[in-house]
Design a protein around this ligand. Structure first.
Ligand code: GUN
Length: 293
């Protein structure tokens, strides 16, 4: 039987309507949520992501501004820009689009963002909060995946979740969030020996490796929930995920498509975190725990 397709586009659309109402309510109190996006260099994919984020902000009633820097910019210029944004009352969220050029120290850049404005949830304090089970701003992509599971009433507690990928942006926070909800979690990488032995045991399989169609039907348990975070541009110009969608959909219970799966959810959760940042800054709540509601 063919899997149920989890439509990230539809879920994100409904959530964005909710966030729009929240933004309007804040506006009535005299505060318009504001997001600043910093982009360095001319990575084509990053340019598209940033344009999509800016468009989503404007559709939701969130003020946004983009700070663009050339590839050869010294990181001190970007650090100075972040310091100014930290003090800027119009701005409640600051996002530095990754990847940064090689001569940048990502850790130093992220550490310079005010914790209360770190809507990506990448600051060490926010990661630390996540590790202890009290996420302040959950990183947007895994936060979006959790919402997709919730909206489809997919059980997490007691289930075996396998995350393939160990990035700071997706794999590691994803594993922590699943663990927090009571899953037994295995973290693999694309290089794990006998990867299929692990993936075949997954009730929930989340893949974020950047290796197109690497997860095939034989690697998936019958009826499993398969979440594909990958987005890869193929030589024919088409997009493909890290999961071989056409074969895996015949075996899985639930599956996310690419495009139209996790991607739209990442943006929806960024809007959510930005509005939440505005609410907290306005009410001078800095470290309230995010309950995911
Ligand atoms: N690059 C790829 N995904 C992300 C993300 O979620 N946030 C940022 N800042 N950069 C990214």
């Amino acid at each position: 039987m063919s899997a149920v397709i989890i439509d990230g586009k539809e879920i994100a659309k409904a959530l964005r309507a909710e966030w729009k109402t929240r933004a309007e309510q804040l506006k009535e109190k005299g505060i318009q949520p504001g997001l600043a996006v910093i982009i360095v260099g001319d990575n084509q994919a990053s340019g598209i992501y940033v344009r999509n984020k800016v468009r989503a902000c404007s559709e939701t009633g969130i003020y946004s501004e983009v700070h663009e820097f050339s590839e050869s910019t010294d990181q001190s210029e970007v650090l100075h820009c972040i310091q100014e944004l930290n003090k800027n009352h119009r701005i409640h969220g600051i996002l530095v689009q990754l990847p940064l050029p090689r001569h940048f120290e990502d850790k130093k850049i992220i550490a310079s963002i005010g914790v209360e404005k770190d809507v990506d949830g990448f600051h060490l304090n926010n990661i630390g909060a996540l590790v202890t089970g009290y996420a302040v701003y959950p990183p947007c992509t895994p936060y979006g995946v959790m919402k997709m599971l919730e909206k489809n009433s997919i059980q997490i507690e007691g289930q075996h979740a396998v995350v393939v990928g160990r990035s700071n942006i997706v794999g590691k926070p994803m594993a922590l969030m699943l663990l927090e909800k009571g899953a037994t979690v295995t973290i693999c990488t694309s290089k794990t020996t006998n990867l299929e032995e692990h993936t075949r045991r997954a009730d929930i399989l989340v893949v974020a490796t950047g290796k197109p169609r690497m997860i095939t039907a034989e690697m998936v348990k019958s009826g499993a929930t398969v979440i594909d975070v990958g987005i890869n541009r193929m030589p024919d110009g088409k997009l493909a995920g890290d999961v071989d969608f056409d074969t895996v959909r015949e075996k899985a219970g639930y599956i996310t498509p690419v495009p139209g799966g996790v991607g739209p959810m990442t943006i929806a959760m960024l809007l959510c975190n930005t509005i939440e940042a505005a609410r907290r800054i306005q009410s001078e709540i800095v470290s309230e725990i995010n309950t995911g509601k």
